[in-house]
Ligand binder design. Structure first.
Ligand code: GDP
Ligand code: CA
Length: 342
């Protein structure tokens, strides 16, 4: 059982999130808030650089994963998409020979993309659309896209046929069609330099009492959020402590393709290396605190040497209770940091 310390409960927590890793972390955070009876407001700034237009529809995988997970509509086996899903529309599209066939949109999920695309076509912003979708799902957090502007991560891969020897594919094609099995040579969030933070994003970071960075992908989830002009600056200047959780355990990502993409950006696949990549806030980086798994206890000294407070605690999100304990460790590290500041 979790024994709460009332001094550790911030009133406003802002969380940067990708899809599955971020959503599971948020389940733990909401469980902790629930069992402690704390009046904590949670704002989530979600990555939208995974977004893709398919069959004329705007698909936002990370926003939807967070919304469905916290709203009770997620397929828990897959970790993404709707529960009780059927695939008739996908099969019909394939029967027409319509590409791409590698990205399957489920029938229930399609309704979300239809509503979103209609609203975007009518002139609503992605923020407004997300709020409207959340009216149904009631995720228990304020869910904000990182930006209302179009940003799409592309990955450069080798291609003998291309004059340059490389070509770019959408991140979804790299992951879903190619299973991240070919080397990634570069990762480019196309459009990011002209993107602006969505309404409320900078304020949520500035006015938070605690900012949490879940074990989301450091390159294509957290990395893209940080790359939106203005968001990195807000994180560097907020009075709130910023505490992150390593997605790398024992030198491997727990799921997904973080190792391939870290390699592409020249960062070693290690819990300490990712912390160094984010950097200490005291040295112009983003982190005050960092949690590594107990398997990586030997990295703690290295991380602390860069000016980031670090603890080794269990980081496997096996169930909501275990994840809530992980969040409590992040609270404790933030409280220690605030203590040190006073
Ligand atoms: P995505 O958008 O669905 O890929 O999800 P995120 O970017 O939010 O999270 C993906 C990251 O979560 C991967 O890099 C995984 O290594 C990490 N991850 C998944 N499950 C766990 C877990 O149980 N513990 C830790 N520490 N990391 C995890
Ligand atoms: Ca994602």
């Amino acid at each position: 059982m979790i024994s709460p310390d009332p001094s550790l409960t911030p009133a406003r927590v802002t969380v940067l999130s990708g899809g599955v890793g971020g959503a599971r972390f948020l389940q733990g955070l909401l469980h902790l808030i629930d069992v402690t009876g704390a009046a904590t407001e949670v704002t989530v700034v979600a990555n939208t650089a995974d977004d893709i237009w398919l069959h004329g529809l705007k698909v936002c995988p990370d926003l939807d994963t967070v919304m469905y997970t916290l709203g009770g509509g997620i397929d828990t086996e897959r970790g993404w998409g709707r529960t009780d899903e059927t695939w008739h529309a996908r099969d019909e599209l394939a029967a027409y020979g319509v590409e791409p066939t590698w990205f399957g949109l489920g029938d229930r999920d399609l309704a979300t993309h239809l509503v979103r695309t209609q609203m975007l076509d009518a002139g609503y912003s992605l923020s407004a659309v997300t709020a409207a979708l959340c009216d149904r799902w009631k995720p228990g957090v304020r869910l904000l896209p990182m930006t209302d502007d179009r940003v799409e991560t592309h990955v450069a891969i080798d291609d003998d046929q291309a004059p340059s020897g490389q070509r770019a594919v959408h991140f979804q094609e790299y992951w879903v069609r190619l299973h991240a099995e070919v080397p990634a040579r570069a990762v480019v969030p196309v459009g990011i330099d002209r993107a602006t933070p969505a309404p409320g994003v900078v304020e949520a970071i500035r006015d938070a009492e605690l900012v949490l960075v879940p074990p989301s992908n450091p390159v294509v989830s957290i990395g893209t959020i940080l790359a939106v002009p203005g968001i990195g600056e807000a994180l560097r200047s907020t009075a709130a402590p910023v505490v992150g959780v390593s997605p790398i355990v024992g030198g491997h990502h727990v799921r997904g393709m973080a190792a391939q993409l870290l390699t592409a950006i020249g960062v070693e696949t290690g819990a300490g290396a990712v912390a160094e990549h984010y950097g200490a806030r005291g040295a112009g980086g983003l982190l005050d605190g960092w949690l590594v798994d107990t398997a990586d206890a030997d990295e703690v000294a290295r991380v602390e040497g860069t000016g980031i407070a670090c603890r080794a605690v269990p980081l496997m999100m096996t169930d909501t209770e275990a994840t809530a304990r992980m969040v409590l460790e992040a609270y404790a590290l933030a409280a220690e940091h605030l203590g040190a500041d006073r």
